[in-house]
Design a protein around this ligand. Sequence first.
Ligand code: URA
Length: 211
Amino acid sequence: MGQVTVMDHPLIQHKLTIIRQTTTGTKDFREVVSEIAMLMAYEVTRDMPLEDIEIETPLVKSVQKTLSGKKVAIIPILRAGLGMVDGFLAMLPAAKVGHVGLYRDEETFEPHEYFVKLPADIKERQLFVVDPMLATGGSAIAAIEALEKRGAKPSNIKFVCLVAAPEGVKVLKEAYPDVEIVVAALDERLNENGYILPGLGDAGDRLFGTK
Ligand code: URA
């Protein structure tokens, strides 16, 4: 079964409390989401492989560590996932960025792709799919399906979100046991409208100042 990691670092928890509050306006919300994403990027890259290389310092030749292994791509799910991209890029400045856009059918409530643009070598990359909220799990699964259809391996995907509902985690784990799920907080439950409680409201609206 897929692994779920809750990043209960004090800085992350403190910053989450800030963005949960109604009194936090768009500017601060956006900045703090980006800060949390940066801290999460630091943690989710902890298992990246290293290799030895020989270098020359101004004084001597020396063998030191450098990142090896797969190159990285960050895949925000539109639109709220965009809020996490800058924080990830602060830690991984050379990463490629792919985009997955989904809309919800108003009758069936099923998510459908409307825009998918990915790096050509998606098959070879370590992918960080980012979306602030994992609620029902429908968009997460549709986004991963869109990647899989284009050759991505679920075992190369980490799904990184700020706030998750247990319902969404369960559904995503069942659909994709090989995808590692990393969350900043695992909240109580979904309400009847599919919002996470206590949550932070609509992440897209709060990031972009829309209603
Ligand atoms: N999407 C959001 O932006 N917020 C929720 O609480 C659930 C889904």
